[in-house]
Design a protein around this ligand. Structure first.
Ligand code: SAM
Length: 294
């Protein structure tokens, strides 16, 4: 079979569940957003490591999965790491799940995945729901380049400082936010980025009261204030990148435009990064964009 025809094959040796760590995404609200493969893996592994066993218990019950679930969260993950790595080493299969969405994305699990990979163990992704991807897919803001910022700091001064760092970021910005801080965070975004910056609030995705609101930040402040219901639940906030071409950007563009006819994109980016003290990736993106315009 040609390689491209295998793309949607349902056969995958990673279902055999032995001596592996499975990183399994779970639904972010709608229990039907769970794949057949994920169900089969959770049924067949020796142990499920769950951020909160009560929360995961609802999912396991819904799909009649009888596998034992053990609590694994940020407060005990360092302590239990060695034990779980040893289990996998001995040929047991372990699945990692979080309360909702993709493990490690603003959720526990990074030390376990890192240790498993450092030790050459098999780590298998079971992709599925992830709030940031779901929100980006419907936001209507550019998605070709984005940066995920997770949760902003809880304290106002630290939050504003973080937003200041992001003020001139040209990629689309993605934040997670809770009911407790949604108003304060959007207020700070409006103050730092300017009230006319376009943004989206994606609330309660895949749940009964899902709402996806696109407006400028001033409009979103007003929308939040207009109903107590708008403040309830879970939120992804997506903010359009800065449109301002900074002075630095402009001079880097000039330098890259001079370099590109003579050297490759990679080398041009490297020279521009060394010259400006800027990031090589950023220069590379800029050089690629210029090259495609030429
Ligand atoms: N690992 C998860 C993922 O893949 O999206 C994220 C876990 S993080 C602890 C929880 C945050 O994700 C929430 O505070 C909210 O910002 C976002 N989130 C999770 N579910 C959501 C939903 N249904 N609608 C909107 N945001 C959601």
């Amino acid at each position: 079979m040609p390689e491209n025809e295998q793309q949607f094959s349902s056969r995958n040796d990673s279902n055999s569940a032995s001596g592996s760590l499975y990183v399994v995404a779970t639904p972010i609200g709608n229990l039907d957003d769970f794949s057949q493969r994920a169900i089969e893996v959770l049924q067949s592994v020796d142990l499920i490591l769950a951020e909160d066993t009560r929360q995961t218990g609802k999912l396991l019950q819904h799909y009649s999965i009888k596998t034992q679930a053990r609590s694994y969260h940020q407060h005990n993950e360092a302590q239990l790491l060695g034990k779980h790595i040893e289990m996998i080493r001995e040929g047991k299969s372990v699945a990692l799940v979080s309360d909702a969405g993709t493990p490690l994305i603003s959720d526990p699990g990074f030390p376990l995945v890192r240790a498993a990979r450092q030790q050459g163990l098999r780590v298998v992704p079971l992709p599925g729901a992830c709030a940031l991807v779901a929100a980006l897919s419907v936001a209507g803001l550019p998605v070709s380049r984005f940066c995920f910022e997770g949760f902003l700091p809880a304290k106002k001064a630290a939050r504003q400082q973080q937003l200041q760092h992001l003020k001139n970021e040209t990629r689309t910005l993605v934040f997670y936010e809770s009911t407790h801080r949604i108003t304060a965070s959007v207020d700070d975004m409006a103050e730092v980025f300017g009230q006319d910056r376009r943004a989206v609030i994606a609330r309660e995705l895949t749940k009964t009261f899902e709402q996806i609101q696109l407006d400028d930040l001033a409009g979103l402040q007003a929308w939040l204030a207009s109903s107590a219901d708008h403040l309830k639940g879970e939120f992804v906030v997506i903010v359009d990148g800065s449109q301002a071409d900074t002075e630095d950007d402009a001079s880097m563009r000039e330098l890259l435009a001079l370099l590109l006819p003579h050297v490759g994109v990679k080398q041009a980016a490297q020279i521009a990064a060394e010259f400006s003290g800027g990031g090589r990736n950023q220069m590379y993106e800029l050089a690629l964009a210029l090259k495609s315009e030429q």
